[in-house]
Design a protein around this ligand. Sequence first.
Ligand code: SF4
Ligand code: SF4
Length: 236
Amino acid sequence: MYIDQELCKKCLDCKPVCPMGAFILKDKKVVVDYETCVECGVCLRFEICPENAIKQVDEIPYPRILRSVFSDPLQRHESTGILGRGTEEMKTNDVTNLFQKGKIGFSIELGRPVGGAYLRDLEKVVKKVTAMGVTFAEDNPVVQLIADRSTGALKPEILGERVLSAIVECLVPEERALRFIDEMAEFLRAEVDCVVTMSAVSRADDDGNSAFLQKLKEVGKNPYPNGKVNIGMAIV
Ligand code: SF4
Ligand code: SF4
């Protein structure tokens, strides 16, 4: 996104609309900070500018286009055909049956409005999941960004791109799930420089209860069923 300086009247009406704080004053002009902008399209959709000074280039080049496809809820991912972050985020598990009995599904979401996340931090998480020998949920656009499945390294040219958020999803055998939580949480706190949310999903047992939930309580993790839990709150 950029501002046509011929049209801009410096009213700053656009400033509060941007979830990333990308509209800034520079050299007495209102500009879009190119590094901060994640190309989410919110400013255009809100039609906030009375002068129609906010503009988008005809075609966002690769790899910057990844900012848009991960941050703009109206963009559809080619690999999955799903809008926004490109995954149904475990919410449709009752239909897809992706996370079956005996497996715990984990989503590790990097980024939030204001902070966002760099893909270099996403790579750290993908590498960690790979090193732990855990299976990725394949129907997720993050998997398409992996250049080397043996290490989890992402395509090198994309690492400097910033997105509103991206989610890694994986399946962990239930007997390894508690260890996975502890090891991943420690890793995220130490290594990842953005807000992270880790969520888990498990199928109910035949009696309608969840043995996994019970296990979490027994080790003092006090989960919030159907809620989101922020961990690894880091400097953004
Ligand atoms: S709302 Fe439009 S005219 Fe006002 S500062 Fe932003 S770009 Fe300029
Ligand atoms: S596209 Fe999104 S991040 Fe970029 S300036 Fe507009 S609202 Fe801000």
